[in-house]
Design a protein around this ligand. Structure first.
Ligand code: 5GP
Ligand code: ZN
Length: 112
């Protein structure tokens, strides 16, 4: 979708700090981190919210991509949070499904 920020990042139209990529997923540093490690993991396919996921395999893939990203960032054993915000009252701002990988130290819990 041309008006979706994350689709534009996936298309290379908006730069990002890439952490992990495979055929179906991309992970990049959050522009406004709430902790020392804050990465956004997105499917390359545009899916607006968690409620729109129709393929069970997609969530497995998203989790696998996030775990790979945690290993790259060196927080897989230290620990982290995986957060998915859904719709307005869930705090979702970008309507392209994504999981936040948050860790690496103090987490600003007022922001998640
Ligand atoms: P949401 O609140 O929708 O779950 O989270 C959206 C996240 O995307 C926020 O943490 C925000 O900082 C991040 N974000 C928004 N625009 C950009 C951008 O252009 N680049 C990057 N790297 N992150 C972004
Ligand atoms: Zn999108």
């Amino acid at each position: 979708m041309s008006n979706c920020i994350f689709c534009r990042i996936i298309a290379g139209e908006i730069p990002c700090s890439k952490v992990y990529e495979d055929d179906l997923f991309l992970a990049f540093d959050d522009i406004n981190p709430v902790a020392p490690v804050h990465v956004v993991v997105v499917p390359k396919k545009h899916i607006p919210t968690l409620m729109d996921v129709a393929d069970d395999g997609l969530m497995q893939g998203l989790t696998d991509a996030l775990r790979a990203t945690a290993r790259i960032k060196g927080i897989d054993n230290r620990g982290f949070k995986m957060v998915i915000n859904c719709n307005k009252e869930g705090g979702q701002v970008i309507y392209h499904l994504h999981a936040h990988l948050i860790g690496g130290g103090t987490i600003d819990k007022n922001k998640i």
